[in-house]
Design a protein around this ligand. Sequence first.
Ligand code: ATP
Ligand code: MG
Length: 283
Amino acid sequence: MLRIAIQAKGRLNEETMALLTDAGIRVVAGKRKLMTQAIGFPMEVLYLRDDDIPQAVYMGVADVGIVGLNEVAEKELPVVEEMRLGFGICRISLAVPREVDYSGAVWFEGRRVATSYPHILQNFFKANGVNAEIHEIAGSVEIAPLVGMADGIFDIVSSGGTLVQNGLREVEQVFRSEAVLIATAGLDDDKRRELEKLKFRFRSIIDSKGLKYVLMNLPKNRLDEAIALLPGMRSPTILPLAEEDWCSLHVVINEHELWEKIERLKVVGAEGILVLPLENMIR
Ligand code: ATP
Ligand code: MG
């Protein structure tokens, strides 16, 4: 049986739980329990702090884990990145006090930078030939320059609001992160098979994000024009209607092109267009 490590609480927890639920895997989250048995998939769920997940997976305490790529990169442990999950998107950036006249990465030469990600930062400085003093601190990194502990910081940014509030300015976007599914290297065949089943479920959920199921009525003689507007569909579903010259066309359209497609379908005579949410598309 597969054992998965997920963040017990924090920014990744909610979307991780939602992904499991969408994949038909129920976990009755006993808040104080470190481990629970899942329902709907043969799996145990281990709740950890995100920092500990790469290590737990590396050691095989858990076979797989869901964690930010930032933590995986920082820990520099040889685990296998199985799949990007598309949530928990953020970046790790260098920031300096607003008033600094920033001249590029060389500005950091000989300066002190506070961070919770010393390894990722060290790699960046090395690649840029910069010698800086890296001070590892666990939290509240953004106040370090204010209290004179550092000249700059290297920290997670999503909107940038926290930086601005602390009089800081983002100057280098160094690392892009999102939640990933990782696995212990060299899982045995049984576990690998179960992991592939899990990945199949995750993949179809991720691929279905943003898809809409669209139904419309269309004059039969405009069908070819309508189909030409819908590239990529191997074969849209076409159903007869009571009225002989009309048919019903069913297609799947991505959210980001939905309105543009609908406008063009209306031009070729589509009527009574229904847009429905699509829960899952198994390819
Ligand atoms: P833990 O108690 O598990 O150690 P934490 O306080 O270290 O949690 P969180 O703030 O919950 O960490 O963030 C967990 C992960 O979520 C980060 O490592 C990162 O991958 C991602 N993340 C962090 N901040 C953001 C953000 N603002 N937007 C999106 N994702 C983020
Ligand atoms: Mg943490």
